[in-house]
Ligand binder design. Structure first.
Ligand SMILES: *[C@@H]1O[C@H](CO)[C@@H](O)[C@H](O)[C@H]1NC(C)=O
Ligand SMILES: *[C@@H]1O[C@H](CO)[C@@H](O)[C@H](O)[C@H]1NC(C)=O
Ligand SMILES: *[C@@H]1O[C@H](CO)[C@@H](O)[C@H](O)[C@H]1NC(C)=O
Ligand SMILES: *[C@@H]1O[C@H](CO)[C@@H](O)[C@H](O)[C@H]1NC(C)=O
Length: 398
């Protein structure tokens, strides 16, 4: 009896001790799932394995400076309602709305963010929509602020003033949200090339306002490089030079921390898709070997493959899968075709790594691309790996 009493006293003492420091909090890790609204796989998504699910994307009308829907209004509203109905499958998950995306490019958001009147109109219109549908917040997915490099195509339509204007936009969004009855979250998806970070993100200022930052540590390599490589590589390859040395999952995540974002707010990206290539010579099929760029660009989807397509292609077509020990990621090849991607093994490594480094959780583009039907083995293997490896992890926020 006594010992139990002392035990209880002792435990509460520990609790008081922690509370006494006043600052450290223990949080559940985030498991962030982007959902592409053009997909028709909504019913298959195991929402209970995600803590945050983002309907992607809401777009911008450059005439009115209000939001606009990606599709026609009636079907888009119907899909949003259906999406929010998924709440009945998970009482814990938050359902949010992502704004922007790669297809929108950078220039129009640069023009939006430049003037306070435009920002105010846009923010008011977004608040209307969030309130109507009872979304739990937004993700700002401007690709990419401050980047005005022609080689980046439409992603390079930004200007140097974007860095300041993006910070203002996020702060004004927060002020608008603070006036609502329900607390709403603001998160941001960010690029991780160091020159993109310095060009577009006032990292300490953004991270003090945002609930979380989703580091897009995928699509880091592609046909533009002229060689076959795993686009979501965990670690650098010894042949990487210049900025590419840190243009990988490890480098990109740590860079944001070095630029002043608290680690518990940084959510590390993993890919539920691959980038495929046509090799120049099928006998040279290792990472770093030359590709035929012209043929690669003409692959279906420009070489973008979902994990579900990749695993079926490997199984049915007898492709050879290799796990690259250096960058800790898989690729598969057959004849002159080659694909680099993430699977259960590489995602396991990434989750272990982010736990070892005290990051806030993991994010994926995109939840619908997993093998939810179990065509290659157990159902939903990738999101299940994320969930299983994160469920007992505790994030410490200093
Ligand atoms: C979500 O819930 C609905 C209704 O309860 C159910 O029909 C559906 O199968 C559930 N979806 C998943 C992926 O569990
Ligand atoms: C933007 O809004 C205006 C006015 O409502 C409309 O005429 C125009 O079609 C919209 N633009 C796009 C791209 O949806
Ligand atoms: C894959 O290999 C099996 C067994 O060797 C063979 O029967 C099948 O035809 C092969 N499939 C393809 C698409 O090459
Ligand atoms: C994580 O830390 C454990 C224990 O120190 C170590 O064995 C493991 O290799 C680390 N994994 C990664 C991916 O960093």
């Amino acid at each position: 009896m006594h010992s139990l009493k002392y035990l209880i006293l002792g435990l509460s003492g520990i609790f008081v001790l922690f509370a006494g420091f006043g600052s450290a909090a223990e949080l559940k890790p985030r498991i962030v799932c982007y959902y592409g609204s053009w997909s028709n796989a909504m019913k298959d998504i195991p929402v209970e394995k995600c803590t945050h699910i983002y309907y992607s994307f809401l777009l911008l009308n450059e005439t009115t400076w209000r939001y606009r829907f990606a599709g026609d209004e009636i079907s888009e509203r119907r899909k949003m309602a259906e999406f929010l109905n998924l709440r009945q499958n998970s009482t814990d998950a938050k359902f949010l709305l992502a704004i922007g995306g790669a297809a929108e490019g950078s220039a129009k958001y640069s023009n939006l963010a430049e003037f306070k009147e435009r920002r105010t109109i846009f923010i008011e219109s977004v608040v209307e929509l969030l309130t109507e549908f009872k979304f739990d917040g937004v993700d700002v997915d401007w690709e990419f602020p401050g980047v005005f490099w022609e080689g980046a195509g439409q992603l390079g339509g930004g200007r140097p003033i974007d860095k300041r204007n993006l910070a203002l936009f996020v702060e004004e969004l927060r002020k608008a949200f603070d006036q609502l009855e329900r607390p709403l979250e603001i998160t941001m998806a960010v690029g991780v090339l160091e020159s993109f970070i310095t060009a577009g993100y006032d990292v300490p200022r953004l991270c003090s306002t945002l609930d979380a930052v989703h580091v897009m540590t995928y699509a880091l390599r592609g046909s533009w490089d002229g060689v076959a490589e795993i686009h979501s590589l965990m670690y650098p390859r010894p042949t990487d030079v210049g900025e590419y040395r840190r243009y990988n999952t490890e480098g990109g995540s740590l860079l944001f921390s070095e630029y002043g974002c608290p680690k518990h707010k940084l959510i590390v990206g993993v890919a539920f898709f691959g980038h495929s290539f046509v090799l120049w010579n099928e006998l040279n099929n290792k990472p770093g070997d030359l590709i035929d760029q012209e043929a690669t660009i003409h692959l279906p989807g420009g070489g973008y493959m979902t994990y579900s397509e990749i695993c079926q292609t490997i199984n049915e077509g007898n492709w050879t899968r290799v796990f690259d020990a250096v960058v800790q990621g898989p690729y598969a090849t057959k004849g002159d075709l080659w694909v680099g991607y993430d699977d259960v093994e590489s995602i396991g490594v990434k989750i272990d790594w982010l736990k070892n480094h005290s990051f806030g959780g993991a994010m994926t583009w995109a939840i619908e691309e997993d093998d939810h039907k179990g065509l290659c083995g157990p159902k939903s293997p990738l999101i299940t790996t994320m969930y299983d490896r994160l469920k007992d992890y505790v994030v410490v926020a200093p």
